[in-house]
Design a protein. Structure first.
Length: 217
């Protein structure tokens, strides 16, 4: 029965695109369909059956590439985050800022990161809650493939634009920057009472905090 499902999925995949899909194409289609379904129905309401149908794949393919619905949910959030960073790098390089100071580029990207997390705050908050009670994944979000890739790209970009030698560990810096922005966005109402600080002031404070760490002796 399982082999029949896989064969049917392969035939549907071939018919839909006129040729056999690549792994990347299948993964991208699953992530896009999952993103739409999670936004519409939430983590609990979304089903892999519906996601598979919308992506034009089988449930078997979803579990083959992602392992579980929980893993798919996590990758659905952080794979677009990595693509968001890559798009920023491409746009920034196209404007001739390859040799920009680290501080200037860091300020620009932190603002972009804050905007991205704000736009996806509901999904990220759902992930935090589900992660807290997901006893099957004791290692937590640090094991998310796309988040690890995002940090690798962040470190590579920081190293490329640095004009001075720093004793700071860029692997830690990338993660501290992400955590600082994530916390300020998700817990904004808790940490910053109305009238205390604007989004711009919060972003500037995060930038100053991280850059002081980078430039510390």
């Amino acid at each position: 029965m399982q082999k029949k499902k896989e064969a049917a999925g392969a035939r549907a995949s071939h018919a839909a695109g006129g040729k056999r899909r690549s792994r990347k194409d299948i993964v991208d289609r699953i992530v896009q369909a999952a993103s739409d379904e999670f936004k519409r129905s939430g983590f609990t309401g979304a089903t892999t059956a519906v996601i598979a149908r919308k992506a034009g794949v089988t449930e078997t393919q979803i579990f083959r590439y992602f392992g579980s619905k929980s893993n798919l949910f996590r990758e659905t959030i952080f794979k677009p985050l990595d693509q968001h960073l890559l798009n920023f790098i491409i746009r920034h390089a196209a404007k001739g800022h390859r040799r920009a100071r680290l501080g200037k580029e860091h300020d620009l990207y932190t603002t972009e990161l804050q905007r991205f997390i704000t736009e996806h705050a509901d999904l990220v908050a759902s992930l935090v809650v589900s992660q807290r009670y997901d006893t099957r994944n004791a290692h937590g979000v640090g094991e998310i493939n796309s988040l690890s890739t995002y940090f690798e790209h962040s470190v590579a970009q920081m190293a490329k634009v640095m004009t001075n030698k720093s004793k700071a560990d860029l692997n830690i810096t990338a993660r501290v920057t992400f955590a600082a922005v994530l916390g300020c966005v998700l817990f904004r109402n808790w940490v910053f009472p109305p009238g205390l600080a604007s989004d711009k002031e919060i972003t500037a404070a995060v930038n100053d905090f991280v850059l002081e760490g980078i430039n510390a002796d």
